[in-house]
Design a protein around this ligand. Structure first.
Ligand code: AMP
Length: 355
């Protein structure tokens, strides 16, 4: 695909959760159709898309039919099985490209990539077996965190180690999954930069947001983050280096720890990101439209922040507060259409804006 997609073109989205849903809404505002591919039933994105394929990522026929029915393929999550990507890529362009997925699917590869760019990460060590973990604990010290290399999200697959003697218990908790040990970063704040890059190499970043997590799950993002002008610039340039190094196309979330010695990169997500939801009510062009523009080969839009915003996730029972929130001035509610309320489940979010 070299030309910009035109009205009526179809964007294929792998994954039918809330990120896919908000991508589909943004795509429809630009005159595109969307086709969601999602193994699970009752996908939140299915409510707002033109087509939904409900099939497994192992279903070659369904993958082929999906790929040949769309004009470009994008995704809302990074843990797409490699086999499915191989099948899809034979028939259609995938944006962002495979390299970003390969790197972000594995915490070890990701840390090696970031260090290779000269960026600072937490101290880390590959722990293929218990002996390697003991050695790593001796080198890195405690406290530390053992994390599965793959399939971790929202703090899942992680185990804090306060003392070397807890190493074997922690290793057992990984249940045989390959893991890495990370030193604990002494940070004063967590921020993220939502950055976009177009096929022609234009880069645009949203103002960094400050994130608060509870039990590994993002609770709030506040913009502006408490950063100096120089730190703000540094954070944005750092994110730009990452997307340029990958020849990236689309939106990426870059999570950073703020420390006395500068920024430490926690992780990168090759997709729209929960900490970028504030852009829906803070900018003329939000992260979802920016992503759709990039993958469709359009010029990037203006992501300048024009208000202060606090984004609050509505997790589990929080959603019961919606009718009260609905009476607040300056509160924009975004619900994902999920009917089953479960503890820890992201049901929606609210963006509270201040002029
Ligand atoms: P992750 O899934 O790796 O983003 O981790 C979830 C959250 O755990 C992060 O947002 C941090 O609050 C915390 N965390 C993860 N890794 C570290 C680390 N190496 N040092 C300190 N806190 C961490």
């Amino acid at each position: 695909m070299t030309d910009a997609l035109k009205t009526g073109a179809t964007i294929g989205i792998l994954g039918g959760g809330q990120l896919g849903r908000m991508l589909a809404v943004a795509a429809s505002r630009l005159g595109f159709r969307t086709h969601i591919y999602e193994p699970g039933a009752a996908a939140p994105a299915g409510d707002v898309a033109h087509h939904v394929t409900t099939a497994a990522y192992e279903d070659n026929d369904a993958l082929f039919a999906f790929a040949t029915s769309v004009d470009v393929i994008t995704y809302e999550f990074e843990n797409i099985p490699t086999h499915a990507l191989d099948v899809l890529e034979e028939h259609k362009l995938i944006r962002p490209g495979r390299e970003a997925l390969r790197i972000s699917q594995d915490r070890l590869t990701e840390k090696d990539f970031l260090s290779g760019l000269g960026l600072i990460t937490a101290d880390y060590a590959d722990c293929p077996d218990a002996a390697a973990l003991t050695e790593a604990l001796e080198r890195i010290g405690t406290p530390a965190i053992l994390k599965t290399r793959r399939f971790g999200y929202d703090g899942k697959g992680q185990c804090r180690i306060a003392h070397v003697s807890e190493g074997s218990d922690a290793f057992a908790q990984m249940q045989g999954a390959p893991a890495i040990l990370e030193g604990i970063v002494d940070f004063s704040a967590e921020i993220s930069v939502i950055v976009a890059r177009s096929p022609t190499g234009d880069v645009s970043a949203f103002d960094p947001g400050e994130n608060v997590h509870e039990e590994g799950i993002l609770r709030t993002t506040t913009v502006p983050a408490r950063l100096s002008a120089a730190q703000r610039m540094d954070a944005v340039l750092l994110a730009g280096r990452i997307v340029n190094a990958l020849d990236y196309v689309g939106v990426m979330g870059v999570e950073l720890f703020v420390t006395r010695d500068g920024f430490v990169v926690n992780e990168i997500a090759p997709r729209v990101h929960n900490s970028g939801h504030w852009t829906q009510n803070g900018c003329a062009v939000d992260q979802f439209e920016q992503h759709i523009r990039a993958v469709a080969g359009w010029p990037l839009g203006d992501g300048t922040r024009h208000v202060d915003v606090v984004m609050q996730n509505l997790i589990g029972d929080d959603v019961a507060q919606v009718m009260d929130i609905a009476t607040e001035p300056d509160a924009a509610i975004h619900l994902y259409g999920k009917t089953d309320v479960k503890p820890g489940r992201k049901m929606g979010h609210v963006n509270r804006v201040r002029q």
